[in-house]
Design a protein around this ligand. Structure first.
Ligand code: CA
Length: 250
């Protein structure tokens, strides 16, 4: 597992003060992950069961949590859900089983930032971790309020919004996605660009991931009157996604 990892960390990322929590019950995978991140100077903590993982996640200060789904005790979905009740900023990457499409959708719907499917290559996982961290630590786009129409508004600073009388809440990643689309609302934005700009993926990273589409679907359920016929967050066939807001019409 440790082969070829030495050069897959980007030298510009300073891991020294970066704390990662690894929640994984399979000893070989857990030890491999710990070795990789410790080797490169990250501060690593770990848990091998759900209860301990949840406790550490809720009480510790971590820049990123790597969260397995199937765990003894409390499963990764429940842990993710509990973390999100407490923090919508916490960066979370789920480790999902191969072919586990439902797990991927569920994990992202519960607010994970991204996922990696098992079996994963260490290099691939490291790139995802770096990407999520880079984005988590960078500053958000500048718009603080997005007015979709008179009834639908999004407060980017507070990760909240209004849909008529209903109050919405968003994760940091959802707000980042909305802000990026809003800042470039004059054109459709491709999945690749969103992965690059909102998730921090390097341009040459394997882009076979459903992260963007699942986040868009989740956002539509929040901000659209009818998520099957979106009026704000629209798909531009063959080009990507575009956000229509009130400012476009003024
Ligand atoms: Ca497991």
């Amino acid at each position: 597992m440790l082969d070829s990892i030495s050069h897959c960390f980007n030298e510009t990322v300073m891991p020294k003060d970066t704390h990662i929590l690894i929640v994984e019950d399979e000893p070989a995978i857990r030890m491999g992950l710990i070795d990789v991140f410790v080797y490169h100077g990250y501060q690593v903590d770990f848990a091998d069961n759900g209860e301990e993982g949840l406790e550490k996640a809720l009480t510790g200060q971590f820049d990123l949590i790597l969260l397995d789904v199937m765990l003894p005790g409390i499963n990764g979905f429940d842990i993710c859900n509990r973390i999100r009740e407490q923090s919508r900023d916490q960066a979370i990457i789920m480790l999902t089983a191969k072919g586990g499409d439902e797990d991927i959708i569920k994990g992202l719907s519960l607010g994970a930032d991204d996922y990696v499917s098992k079996p994963f290559s260490v290099a691939q996982l490291v790139l995802r971790v770096q990407a999520v961290l880079r984005r988590s630590q960078s500053e958000s786009e500048q718009n603080t309020t997005i007015i979709l129409d008179d009834d639908y508004t999004i407060d980017c600073l507070n990760l909240s919004g209004k849909a008529g009388a209903e109050t919405l809440s968003f994760t940091r990643r959802e707000i980042d996605l909305l802000q990026y689309l809003h800042a470039h609302s004059e054109r459709p934005v491709s999945r690749e660009e969103l992965l690059h700009k909102v998730w921090g993926y390097a341009n040459d990273v394997d882009l076979e991931t459903r992260t963007v589409d699942i986040h868009v679907a989740k956002l539509r359920r929040k901000i659209e009157k009818d998520s099957s016929a979106p009026a704000f967050l629209v798909t531009v066939r063959g080009a990507g996604y575009r956000l229509h807001s009130q400012a476009d019409n003024e």
